[in-house]
Design a protein around this ligand. Structure first.
Ligand code: CTP
Ligand code: MG
Length: 252
């Protein structure tokens, strides 16, 4: 390793990492019970769990993108957050919400070089996943995504006759968040997809649209995305198991 590389790493290790948590969706698929980010597991809102997880993995501050009319509820939910937070208004689509969050991240931490973009719908991402994303950024990657192997056999519905219908599972990965980026690169990618009208489903795809290579790190099954009522049951189970493990450690 050259000394230049070493000094870059040293410098980077002191840079605060800012996270954007998008929480402005309405949670239609989760059904009755209020906006998804404010639904609770173990008495704590999903958005607060998400902020806890990012802080545990090394994020220094967070921009939460929520619905303006719920500002008081978000403030209450984030009252005991372990890192400083700012709340900004969401947009129509997830990408719009991310864009609002990025603008605020650059405003609150003008020196920020790296940003994490995370879904409030993934409350239990392990600290090790968050820190692996940050480590890959500090090692020089511009776009980093956590991903896990797919466990189901995947088949293409309604295939044309004679074509293979089962996809080779060994090469498939399910993509999670937090995704990590060089902040200036992600802002450029957002500008490009917006002005060119490119359809993307996540921020890594936006970066690929401007030719940036995406780096994969290991995600975790614990980092499930709460989408339907069943997922809330699984999230409760993950939470109970974690709480029990912490209680056992502290009683020893
Ligand atoms: N999100 C957002 N702004 C939007 C849409 C989504 O900030 N305009 C956020 C959600 O709050 C969520 C994440 O993006 O944390 C992923 O979206 P999804 O899981 O689809 O959540 P919802 O859009 O809330 O759920 P649904 O699609 O069932 O309504
Ligand atoms: Mg949605």
């Amino acid at each position: 390793m050259t000394s230049l590389h070493k000094s870059t790493q040293l410098h980077n290790s002191y840079e605060p990492v800012v996270a954007v948590v998008v929480a402005a969706g309405s949670g239609v698929r989760l059904g009755e019970g209020g906006p998804k980010a404010l639904r609770t597991v173990g008495g704590r809102a999903l958005v607060a769990h998400a902020v806890d997880a990012l802080a545990a993995g090394g994020a220094a501050r967070v921009v939460v993108v929520g619905r303006g009319e719920l500002a008081a509820d978000f403030s209450r939910a984030l009252g005991t957050a372990p890192i400083p937070w700012t709340l900004v208004e969401g947009g129509v689509e997830r990408q719009d919400s991310v864009a609002h969050g990025l603008a605020e991240a650059a405003r609150v931490v003008p020196s920020a070089r790296h940003v994490l973009v995370h879904d409030a719908a993934r409350p239990f991402v392990p600290a090790a996943v968050v820190s692996a994303v940050i480590a890959a950024l500090r090692a020089g990657a511009s776009a980093v995504i956590p991903a896990i192997p797919v466990v189901d056999t995947i088949r293409v519905a309604d295939p044309r006759p004679g074509e293979a219908t089962v996809v080779d599972r060994s090469r498939l990965r399910a993509v999670q968040t937090p995704q990590g980026f060089d902040l200036a690169t992600l802002a450029r990618a957002h500008d490009h997809v917006r002005s060119a009208g490119v359809a993307v489903t996540d921020d890594a795809m936006a970066c690929e649209a401007i030719g940036v290579q995406v780096t994969l790190v290991d995600g975790s099954r614990d980092s499930l995305k709460v989408t339907e009522p069943f997922d809330l049951l699984v999230a409760e189970a993950v939470w109970r198991q974690r709480t029990a493990a912490i209680a056992e450690r502290t009683s020893r």
